[in-house]
Design a protein around this ligand. Structure first.
Ligand code: ADP
Ligand code: MG
Length: 225
């Protein structure tokens, strides 16, 4: 059963097609490395699947909790709810808000989405213990190293138990050792949470660690996982 089913997805910026007709099925609980040259449309595809952007043509269907969500037919409020309840994002740059401490940053998506609960807070604290950043929760992002910030970022993405984990070059600015650690961690957590994961990477070493791969070129998929 597929969690994400994209058909003929087109995204234009002016006359340029960033996505030129993407067909893609992603199965529940599987992990995919998304590869392609710079500018091939990887981030755009991730943003559309994650409900951060809308496609101009085609459709994206998400099968979640026995419901079929058609992202193209959702209004802004429904799309925001989808993002906050179903999707976890991990970006290369951490996007932690400098004026909030790390725990407040982690809890922000669930608070915005009206889904905050003590359970989410205790899961976040457990994950912080597991990832060795418990001591960072009361600190502000600028007081942390790059690797620690990325782990906080990962906890924020996972604390809502996302069905879909979207990672855009999460290891892009890490050295080899930390890059391997973060990849292993994302794989492990995604499988523990039974989340479907897409991880965008330039690095063949990172991609080789992920069981399925998708290549895109000029806004089109050139192989199927
Ligand atoms: P990748 O992540 O594979 O490097 P992107 O999805 O970021 O590629 O970009 C695909 C193409 O769309 C590129 O040519 C890029 O310049 C263009 N593009 C992406 N976002 C925008 C935007 N907001 N406005 C205009 N062009 C964009
Ligand atoms: Mg990109």
């Amino acid at each position: 059963m597929s969690l994400v089913s994209a058909k003929n997805v087109v995204k234009k910026y002016g006359k340029m097609k960033a996505l030129a007709g993407i067909d893609l099925d992603l199965e529940k609980g599987k992990q995919y490395a998304l590869q392609g040259a710079s500018g091939s449309g990887k981030s755009t595809l991730l943003y559309i699947i994650g409900g951060l952007e809308r496609s101009d043509e085609g459709e994206v269907i998400i099968n979640v909790d026995d419901k079929k969500l058609n992202l193209n037919r959702m209004n802004d409020e429904e799309l925001a709810h989808y993002r906050n309840s179903t999707v976890g994002f991990v970006f290369q740059f951490h996007f932690l808000l400098p004026s909030m401490n790390c725990l407040q940053n982690i809890l922000l998506p669930s608070k915005i989405g009206g889904r905050y609960s003590k359970e989410i807070e205790s899961r976040a604290k457990e994950l912080a213990k597991l990832l060795g950043v418990e001591h960072c929760l009361k600190k502000f992002p600028f007081q942390l190293s790059g690797g620690e910030q990325q782990r906080i970022n990962i906890i924020r993405a996972l604390s809502v138990k996302p069905k879909l984990l979207l990672c855009d070059e999460p290891t892009g600015n890490l050295d080899t050792e930390n890059s391997e650690k973060v990849t292993a961690l994302l794989k492990e957590l995604a499988s523990e949470f039974d989340a479907t994961m897409i991880l965008v990477t330039h690095d063949p070493q990172v991609a080789s660690k992920i069981s399925h791969s998708i290549h895109i070129r000029d806004g089109l998929v050139c192989n199927m996982p």
